[in-house]
Design a binder for this molecule. Structure first.
Ligand code: PNS
Length: 164
């Protein structure tokens, strides 16, 4: 039987950046289906609500027909079992990401040995781009054009009431 492989790209996406879009594009070219899944974490002070983050991600990824956007709460491995996926996608920017990612991947393997984490290396032009960096630069009046999708740029302007 030729079963389709569903991959899950989890994260906070607060907000989605062009670096995230790049990783989703690479993953969508390899796997049959990709779900970008946004963590709803009530303990983490997010800038954007989950609904806002979902809307921005949907808009930013609408050119990819095999990509869906969803959200999850609690353990990622529970969500993986729920959606019947065994492939986690994470992006790597620099060595500094590796330690954190390695720890998450091993923890997830301990919890769900059947699930595999795949790392996709970013395009060097996005190696310094992070959601927190984008929020901060924007907040203090710097330009983030080219680093985030247009819909995110618009939403940032509304949120911070700034025209950068
Ligand atoms: O974009 P982020 O914040 O680096 O994404 C981190 C994320 C959402 C992948 C990770 O925090 C996560 O999966 N959290 C859900 C809770 C969980 O499963 N923890 C066990 C692994 S440490």
């Amino acid at each position: 039987m030729n079963q389709k492989t569903l991959a899950v790209y989890p994260g906070s996406f607060d907000p989605i950046t062009n670096g995230h879009v790049y990783i989703a594009e690479r993953a969508a070219a390899i796997f049959d289906e990709l779900t970008v899944s946004i963590l709803y974490n009530e303990h983490k002070n997010a800038t954007f609500s989950v609904d806002e983050r979902i809307d921005m991600a949907r808009e930013a990824l609408k050119h990819l027909p095999n990509v869906k956007v969803d959200s999850f709460q609690g353990l990622l491995v529970d969500y993986m079992r729920q959606v019947k996926s065994r492939v986690i996608i994470r992006g790597l920017r620099a060595m500094s990401d590796f330690e954190y990612e390695f720890q998450i991947a091993l923890m997830n393997r301990q919890l769900a040995p059947e699930v595999e984490t795949f790392f996709i290396v970013t395009d060097p032009k996005y190696s310094y781009v992070s959601s927190s960096g984008v929020r901060e630069v924007f907040h203090f009046g710097g330009t983030v054009q080219g680093l985030v999708p247009d819909c995110v740029f618009k939403k940032l302007s509304e949120k911070f009431n700034i025209k950068n």
